[in-house]
Design a protein around this ligand. Structure first.
Ligand code: CO
Ligand code: CO
Length: 303
């Protein structure tokens, strides 16, 4: 149903009229100093692509590349972080494969189920939808500050909490409210993934910058120019699709290109469902921010 020709988060294969299988993989180098948290974040990120498509992951395999000289207690902490995150998601890690490599890499192959009529994709936004985001932005600048030894400990803790958080309840909410257009915010940053949805759905997105949530340290790190290289790549790739209002300075604009690790979901809720959606989100303890809306056209406007 969904494969190489679409920009979506996972591949989907129809098994029957009621069931399709969702398959995805993701792995990356450490984003934090602590092996357990690195494993948990990598696992949450891998499962996120199943959640982003409205699926329920149930089975996974580890993919790991580990240096020869890495102490065994470090490798086992990485895998334990991943295993406990998978367990929290109700996912069984049934095996995997490890190779030797100079720099550690870890992630999962994740498999889930989705109802063929309830798939969430990048092409499903409709004019009139209200755009909601389920995690604050700023993971890239915060982890870059950490690498440069300029980060405040409290900011790192906050970033780790959000990056480790599963997109499970956010996805369940989206499915419950019949959401069809959505994705998760990862390496291309907020505007990169928004641009993919804008093009795939053939719509315009209007974003209210003052409503976009950021991690506590993100603004100050961006004012100091502490961006990962990927933020500049994203700006280069996507800025021609975006119109910023003049009062948004360069650091503010750059934050929307900041690559995220294990970011939140961005999806469109039908306007008539918004009140019920917000109430239900509060009930299940899922943070959501209304950050804009979908209109006819083909552009992203940020004001
Ligand atoms: Co994704
Ligand atoms: Co991915």
């Amino acid at each position: 149903m969904i494969g190489l020709e679409s920009p979506d988060d996972a591949a989907i294969w129809r098994l029957s009229d009621e069931q399709a299988i969702v398959v995805t993989t993701d792995f990356f180098t450490p984003v934090v100093d602590t092996p357990y948290e690195y494993g948990a974040i990598a696992a949450a990120n891998s499962l996120s692509d199943v959640y982003a498509m409205g699926g329920r992951p149930f089975l996974a395999l580890n993919i790991a590349a580990l240096p020869d000289n890495l102490p065994p207690e470090v490798s086992s902490e990485i895998l334990r972080g991943g295993a406990e995150k998978a367990r929290e998601a109700g996912v069984v890690i049934a095996g995997g494969h490890t190779v030797k490599d100079k720099e550690p890499k870890y992630g999962l192959v994740a498999i889930g189920f989705v109802h063929p009529q309830k798939i969430i994709s990048k092409s499903g936004l409709k004019p009139g939808d209200i755009l909601v985001l389920t995690k604050p932005l700023g993971a890239g600048v915060t982890t870059t500050a950490l690498k440069q030894e300029k980060a405040e400990a409290a900011h790192v803790t906050e970033a780790i909490e959000w990056m480790s958080r599963l997109n499970k309840s956010a996805s369940e909410l989206a499915v419950e409210f019949g959401v069809r257009g959505g994705t998760d915010i990862t390496g291309f940053g907020f505007l990169g993934h928004a641009a993919e949805m804008m093009e795939a759905s053939d719509v315009a997105l209007h974003i209210d910058f003052s409503k976009v949530p950021f991690l506590s340290g993100a603004r100050s790190y961006s004012e100091r120019g502490i961006f990962p290289g990927g933020a500049f790549d994203n700006k280069g790739h996507f800025e021609n699709l975006v119109e910023f209002s003049e009062d948004l300075n360069e650091p503010a604009q750059m934050l929307l290109f900041d690559p995220q690790t294990s970011g939140g979901l961005l999806f469109g809720v039908a306007a008539e469902n918004l009140d019920a959606f917000m109430n239900r989100a509060a009930e299940v303890g899922q943070p959501v921010w209304v950050i804009g809306n979908v209109q006819p056209g083909r552009r992203i406007k940020v004001r």
